[in-house]
Design a protein. Structure first.
Ligand code: DER
Length: 235
């Protein structure tokens, strides 16, 4: 099975949790894309009805519009029944790294306001500790004096050998700009950052930081699709 086939299997399994009449958080990324497609298919087949989608990015908004899924927002629906989204990393306690696709702020706003948050991943996303993969730990920051903020983030985690890098768009090398007109600094760690809650609090205390990509104690269920089948981990 290819990685994308595994993502699709996890996504379809998550959509089994969707009931007619639900207000649904629609995730962002290549895994969540399959869930949004599947929801639209069930609506078309009449197997689901009266669904309202709350998109977590402009990209997902556009996908849902093209599929005819009725949409709304958090102003109209401050409580979401179920959110389905992917993740970049999942640790054994169901803590997540998200945001390598750049949508972490709207994702966290939607997913922190939902009753159930079902995460869908292929098995490659499972890690022992968050941030130990050496891959990006995204932090959304304001563009104003971004170097100042990036340097403060790097210094905060210097004991973990942290390197902070402004995310640039592949096309033109300009700073990547999020849906909220902010920048993203990616943090790369050489050593485990230890206490995640403490790290989260210290990051959020820096004026200039908007949000980070650690989704701690938020997922209620993680669906993992692997070569040997699908496993469902509940909080
Ligand atoms: O950027 C994001 O937050 C995405 O949801 C990411 O965490 C998962 O993206 P993928 O499903 O394309 O791997």
């Amino acid at each position: 099975l290819t990685q994308d086939e595994l993502k699709k299997i996890a996504a379809y399994k998550a959509v089994e949790y969707v009931e007619s009449g639900m207000v649904l958080g629609l995730g962002t990324g290549s895994t969540a894309k399959h869930a949004v497609d599947r929801i639209a298919e069930l609506l078309r087949q009449g197997k689901l009805h009266s669904i309202v989608g709350i998109p977590t990015s402009k990209k997902t908004h556009d996908q849902a519009v093209s599929l005819g899924i009725p949409l709304s927002d958090l102003d109209a629906h401050p409580v979401v029944d179920l959110a389905i989204d992917g993740a970049d990393e999942v640790d054994p306690f169901l803590n997540l790294v998200k945001g390598r696709g750049g949508s972490l702020l709207r994702e966290k706003m939607v997913e922190s306001s939902c009753r159930k948050f079902v995460v869908i991943v292929d098995e490659s996303k499972l890690v022992k500790h968050l941030g130990a993969s050496g891959l990006a730990m995204p932090v959304e920051i304001v563009p104003f004096c971004w170097k100042f903020t990036a340097q403060r983030l790097q210094t905060l985690f210097e004991d973990s050998g942290c390197v902070a890098q402004l995310r640039t768009s592949v096309e033109n090398g300009e700073p990547f700009v999020t849906d909220n007109r902010n920048y993203i600094v990616d943090l790369y760690f050489k050593k485990d950052i230890g206490d995640l809650k403490a790290a989260s609090d210290e990051i959020l205390r820096l004026a200039g930081v908007v949000e980070h990509g650690m989704f701690l104690d938020m997922a209620t269920t993680v669906i993992v699709a692997g070569e040997l089948g699908v496993t469902v981990k509940n909080k």
